[in-house]
Design a protein around this ligand. Sequence first.
Ligand SMILES: Nc1ncnc2c1ncn2[C@@H]1O[C@H](COP(=O)(O)OP(=O)(O)OP(=O)(O)O)[C@@H](O)[C@H]1O
Ligand SMILES: [Mg+2]
Length: 321
Amino acid sequence: MIVLKDVKKSFNDLDVLKGISMQIQDHEIYGIIGQSGAGKSTLLRCINGLEDYQSGEITIDGITVNQNDKQQLRLLQKEMGMIFQNFNLLQRLTVYENIALPMKFWGIKTNTPEAKAKIESLLDLVGLKDKRDAKPASLSGGQQQRVAIARALVLDPKILLCDEATSALDPAITREILSLLQEINEKLGITIIVVTHQMEVVKQICQRVSFLKDGMVLAEGKPEDLFVRPIKEVKSFLQEESALLPEKGVNIQLFFTDKSSDPVITMMARDLDIDFSICWAKLEDFRKNVYGSLVINLDEKDKEKVIQYLDEVGVGWEVLS
Ligand SMILES: Nc1ncnc2c1ncn2[C@@H]1O[C@H](COP(=O)(O)OP(=O)(O)OP(=O)(O)O)[C@@H](O)[C@H]1O
Ligand SMILES: [Mg+2]
C-alpha cells in the first residue's frame, strides 16, 4: 500500500504540494487528474523519490520514501517502474536492448537464460515479438510506449507510475495502451498510478481517482462519483456546459452511479402513473458500466411524489432552478 500523509513540497517560495494525503491499495489502478500545474508530476516524482518533499510522509508498504537514506531509496525505486508521455527510449538501441537497459543499470547480467526469458516474455506481453531488433525511430508512438512499458516491467516492480502516458497518442491507440495496462494490472497484480488530464483514461481504467487543484486534493472517489455529480471545481475542470432546459414546470436532475438504478425511470412512470419528459441526458462508459445523469421535466403538482419516490429507490437528485 502507498500512503501519503500531509505531504508538502515547495520549489523555493512556490508551494506546489500543500498537504496531500491519500492511500493507494495494492493492485489498484489509481488516477490523479487536474489542470496543468496542479502538481501531478511533482507528486509522482515525490512518490518515486526523484524529488524530495519538505514535510509529511510517503510510505510504500510501510517503508518511508526518504532522500537521506540513499540505499533504501534505491531499493524502493527498483519496485517502481515509470512511463512518460514522450516514451524516453534510447534511439541507438534496439527494442530488445531498450527493455534490457534497467537490468544493465542494476548490474544484472542480460545474457543469462533467465534474463533472456524475462525480456522475451515481456516482448510477448506487449505484443512486439516481431520488433525485437527494430530501432525506436521505426516504430509508431503506440509501439514505442509498449517498449517503454516492457522496460518499466523488466525488474518486476510492484508499482507502475504513468505520467501522461497516453497524451501523445490518438484515441484508438490510447484505448489499446489502456487495455494493456489493465491486462498488466490483472495478470501481474501490479499497482498502477495514472497521472493524466484525459478524462477518458480515468473513466476507462481507474478504480479510484483524486482531483488535484493548486497542490491540494479537492475530491477523491470512484470516477463515476466524481464525474457524474461533480463538485464545482471538477465541473469547471471538465468544462461541461449547462443543459438548455424548459422554463415551464419543474426540472429535476437524476444521478445514476449504480447499476441497480437502471430501470428506475420507466418504473417511476408506471408506479406513480405520471408523465414527464426527458429533456437532457448524459450517459458514459465507466469501466464498461454505463453511468450518468438525466434531467426530467414534470408538472409542479408531481414534484413531491417524484422526490419521495427517488429517495425511496435511492437515486440521487437535484431540483434545477
Ligand atoms: N524543478 C522545478 N523547479 C521549480 N518549479 C517547478 C519544478 N517542477 C515543477 N515546478 C512547478 O511546480 C508546479 C507544478 O508542476 P507539475 O509539473 O507538478 O504540474 P502538473 O500538474 O504535472 O502539470 P502538467 O499537467 O502541465 O504536467 C508548476 O507551477 C511548475 O512550474
Ligand atoms: Mg505533469
